[in-house]
Design a protein. Sequence first.
Length: 320
Amino acid sequence: MPAAQSARASATKTDDTLLREVVEGLSQVHKQLPSKYFYDSAGSRYFDEICQLEEYYPYRTELAMLPGIADDLSHLIRDQRDVVEFGAGSLVKIRLLLQHLPQIKRLLPIDIAGDHLREAAAELRREFEHLEIVPIVADFTRQVELPDRNKVKKLGFFPGSTIGNFTPLQAVAFLDRARRSLGAGALLLIGVDTKKAPEILHRAYNDKLGVTAKFNRNILTHINREAGGDFDEDKFDHYAFYNPTQGRIEMHLISREQQVVTVEDYQFAFSKGENIHTENSHKYTPEEFLTLAAEAGWRGVRKWLDDEELFCVHLLQAGG
Ligand code: TRP
């Protein structure tokens, strides 16, 4: 098949999936949208802005822990490893590992936002000339086939507490899939946001500058573009709160007025005040998380907590 044609065929396939998932989500009694659709190029940039916010402690806390963790890993991991990063985004955190771990010769970063990933990979290549980088544009909420099956053991890297954006059931399914695709002898370094005072959590998802609100509403613009929708971002408000019963931040978009939204041939009626649930961000104590990981066949090797216990990074090993 000629290149142009195959590119078009795969673009259509992605759009169909997006349309189907959007229609399915908006057809529920409690409307919802898959949070992975936050991440078009604009969404990836808003997310980078969130990471710079004073209120958003998870990013800077984990980032500050990584050089020390990488140093510990250089003693713990003696063999050569390929790194597979899930939801690689702008490839900032991986640099801190690469600087301390010369035994990493190959990086396979996975992200759903293709253009953003390719740009970030090109930049990383200039900095680490001897590193082989194989960007994989894929949705890691599904099974991802790694492009090769070489003999080099894998180190999975899943920072940012993205695992919290799955429900606990989905998280176990993801961890199980990741274990199988990473293969025998795999390790997984994974960042997990801890349970803490709800005020701190609340502030992290309700910043003064309203960047999180823009990020949340951008999902509608992304859907307009990719699935032929006519959402008006200005007719929806950002709403995020901590739900202690479920141990999670919930993000919603609240319709400011009664309105009808069209997506392709489908129409969705909103009452004033009706919500679309756009994301969850589950928080786990280190013990809770290890129990979850064990259900997916991972055992804890080591964990790192910052002094204020705001964030935890776990090193897991495949095989119960
Ligand atoms: N996974 C991180 C978290 O849940 C980052 C993140 C995802 C995020 N979506 C977000 C942060 C929306 C702020 C707002 O915290």
